[in-house]
Design a protein around this ligand. Sequence first.
Ligand code: HEC
Length: 112
Amino acid sequence: MLPHRMPPGRIVAALNGALLLLSPLASAQDIGRGERLARTWCANCHVVDRNPAEAGATGVPTFPALAAKPGQTSEKLRAAMNPRHSRMPDLQLSKQQQDDLVAYILSLRPKR
Ligand code: HEC
């Protein structure tokens, strides 16, 4: 007899527990926080919606377009937010805010 045989319900509970344990790792970069930041700080110039009704008229790249750019990486996005390397205004973003924004932008990547 197996003393530690788990009933199926316990296995599901254990798996849920494992997922909960993983979620703090994911929150280091928070897509939801990044989206709120984008709406607050970036939407003046960029189209930041996941499914934009129309492309921006200003010629400023939309966030989905940035995400879909071939060879796009979090490093390049981070560099673009650094005013020393672009024509972007200095928004004084913290490292955490940049991480969240990068996570949000990359979440807009088209599904393959
Ligand atoms: C005042 C207008 C303005 C605001 C606000 C703004 N941007 Fe931009 N952004 C631009 C312009 C203009 C460009 C095109 C820059 C260029 O081609 O050098 C750009 C380009 C970019 C690029 C891409 C650069 C590339 O690789 O082509 C990224 C990434 C970016 N912005 C992120 C952001 C994020 C994130 C925010 C909000 C925190 C933001 N921007 C807010 C004007 C703005």
